[in-house]
Design a protein around this ligand. Structure first.
Ligand SMILES: C[S@@+](CC[C@H](N)C(=O)[O-])C[C@H]1O[C@@H](n2cnc3c(N)ncnc32)[C@H](O)[C@@H]1O
Length: 242
């Protein structure tokens, strides 16, 4: 099902065969596809985006093991202790801190004792990177339009401590990309996001943000910078979950 190398690498040392798995934040379903290929008995793919849910259903339509659920992970529609493997591939960078904490709590609630967790994401981007400038413009537009940031980049140690505080034990970290290849199409997709937020920004500030984002994209084209990491943890059989 054409799974990116980052996803394959992150899952390579995880026990997926015959397990019940959750892809938290399904996007286009890369992790769901990899979990199916890895022999998962059941895969729950959860996203709050209707278009993403449709894409994941189309992509994995033949796999009876997959259930695509359109829902907010802050109220994950699964019972406690239901999942053996929890994955969050490139989810946390689209979560503001309060949502990240609420979702980490929910992922812990639905994880069975002995469960495995894989969280893959982008490390904070170096301050001199052009792509960081573009994301700053995107966040400004998102804050002005909707009072919340579009993107937050968490250090791997921050997520390790967040999940550690909920009872998970550290297993390993692994580098998935170093540097991260931010392509022309990434730049252009993020300029489009700035445009969509700018419509709701009053006055001519929105237009100025779009112009600034277009300038960064035109001047930079593409850029290789930053790191994508994979964090793996596991939940002890007898844990005192916070
Ligand atoms: C960047 S994509 C993840 C990519 C995907 N994991 C993959 O491997 O292809 C982020 C996904 O998380 C979803 N998402 C963000 N916040 C969410 C929330 N509170 N509840 C459910 N899904 C959420 C988005 O709608 C999107 O589908």
């Amino acid at each position: 099902m054409n799974v990116p190398d980052t996803v394959t690498t992150a899952l390579a040392d995880r026990p997926v065969d015959g397990r019940t798995c959750l892809e938290a934040g399904a996007g286009v379903g890369n992790m769901t596809a990899a979990l199916v290929e890895g022999g998962a008995e059941r895969v729950y793919a959860i996203t709050n985006d209707a278009d993403h849910a449709t894409k994941v259903r189309d992509r994995t339509g033949q796999a009876s093991s997959v259930a695509v659920l359109e829902a907010d992970l802050e109220a994950t529609p699964l019972p406690a202790d239901a999942v053996d493997v929890v994955t969050a591939h490139a989810l946390f960078n689209v979560l503001e801190p309060s949502s990240a904490v609420a979702i980490a709590e929910e992922l812990t609630r639905v994880a069975a004792p002995g469960a495995h967790l894989v969280v893959d994401d982008y490390a904070p981007i170096p301050t001199d990177a052009a792509v960081r400038h573009l994301f700053a413009i995107e966040n400004a537009a998102a804050e002005l339009a909707g009072r919340r940031p579009a993107l937050t980049f968490y250090p791997v140690d921050g997520l390790r401590r967040l999940f550690g505080g909920l009872g998970w034990e550290f297993d390993r970290t692994r580098t998935l990309l170093d540097p991260v290849p931010w392509t022309e199409s990434h730049f252009s997709a993020h300029v489009d996001v700035v445009r969509s937020h700018a419509e709701a920004v009053p006055g001519d500030l929105g237009e100025q943000l779009v112009a600034a984002a277009e300038d960064v994209a035109a001047e930079t084209g593409s850029e290789e910078v930053g790191e994508m990491y994979s964090l793996a943890m596991w939940l002890p059989e007898t844990t005192s979950r916070a």
